[in-house]
Design a protein around this ligand. Sequence first.
Ligand SMILES: [Zn+2]
Length: 85
Amino acid sequence: MFGTVIWFLVGVLMLMIIWRTGIGMLRSMTSPLPAPPPAGEMRRINVRYRCGVCGVELRMVMAPDEDPPPPRHCLEDMDLVAPVE
Ligand SMILES: [Zn+2]
């Protein structure tokens, strides 16, 4: 019985440690976002992307460069559909 209580306490302690490190990692991932470049340095593009998982489509009209990395949806990179004329 005593041993069970000890293991329960150890488990709770480990959960708390994992929880705290998880929150800390989330904070470090979300806070330092670089500022977007000024509007003059943005490129006007017109490309469509489709999510291969759920099929949603979106159009990208501005990017820091001509060939930006594809956005992600459903945790996957979206597929480039076709440039829109
Ligand atoms: Zn999706």
